[in-house]
Design a protein around this ligand. Structure first.
Ligand SMILES: [Fe+2]
Length: 242
């Protein structure tokens, strides 16, 4: 808050997203955007005190096992256990500390624990697929989860989503809100996934792909993936267009 409000009480807005990084709201390959995208040009609105100062979430809202999606039920979920970790950074590369990060994902068979997902893949009674964490004083976060499976959708003929984890962050305020999807390196489905490819720049798309991390991999227990999230600026992690 201190950095966004001057001594004279003047509100300093956050920088806006780089429009070259963000996927266009109307991305014809992704059919649903034809009805979701705004029909009129967006109107920029200056940030006011409420956008630059709140909300702020504290540790007291986070449960002890919220970051571990493999220990939220009586048994362990099926699939490949993974550690997902990284840092949250602002547009100037500074760590964003004490910030809430939420994720949700399909199970290892590619099915969501959600009533509208009825494709013929098994549910896992030991996996809900939702987790939360708060970054530490250096902006670091860490989850334990299961690698999600690819899943079919009806966007186009024989369409499959590349394996992904949905991630939501508020950053320091509403104005730095980011909802994105994280992918896994070397996925063979990238080329036909219009949500992934709605992000136009190749380097920008690469910022949505996690990095396999042998250093943090725990022997005989779990592979690790590293994923740093940048909330704003030229190096920003692109948002998704859901
Ligand atoms: Fe998804």
């Amino acid at each position: 808050m201190a950095e966004q409000v001057t001594g004279a009480g003047e509100v300093v807005g956050y920088r806006h997203d780089d429009e070259q990084v963000d996927p266009p709201l109307l991305s014809p390959g992704y059919v649903a955007t034809e009805t979701r995208a705004p029909k009129r040009p967006l109107i920029p609105i200056a940030h006011t005190l409420s956008e630059v100062t709140g909300p702020v979430y504290g540790h007291d809202r986070i449960g002890e096992l919220d970051h571990d999606l493999t220990r939220q039920h009586a048994g362990e979920p099926l699939g490949e256990r993974i550690i997902l970790h990284g840092r949250v950074l602002d547009g100037d590369g500074r760590p964003v500390r004490d910030t809430l990060i939420e994720l949700w994902q399909a199970n290892s068979a590619g099915r969501y624990a959600h009533q509208v997902d009825d494709h013929p893949a098994p549910m896992d009674p030991n996996f809900t697929g939702a987790g939360r964490a708060v970054t530490d004083s250096e902006g670091r976060y860490r989850f334990v989860t299961i690698k999600p499976g690819a899943y079919p959708w009806r966007n186009h003929e024989n369409a499959w989503r590349a394996a992904h984890i949905h991630i939501s962050l508020f950053g320091t305020a509403f104005a730095t809100r980011l909802v994105t999807q994280m992918y896994f390196p070397g996925d063979p489905l990238f080329y036909q996934d219009p949500i992934f490819n709605a992000v136009r720049g190749e380097r920008d798309r690469e910022r949505m792909i996690s990095r396999f991390d042998l250093d943090e991999t725990v022997p005989e227990w779990a592979l690790a993936y590293n994923f740093d999230i940048v909330l704003r600026g030229r190096e920003a992690t692109p948002p998704d267009i859901h």
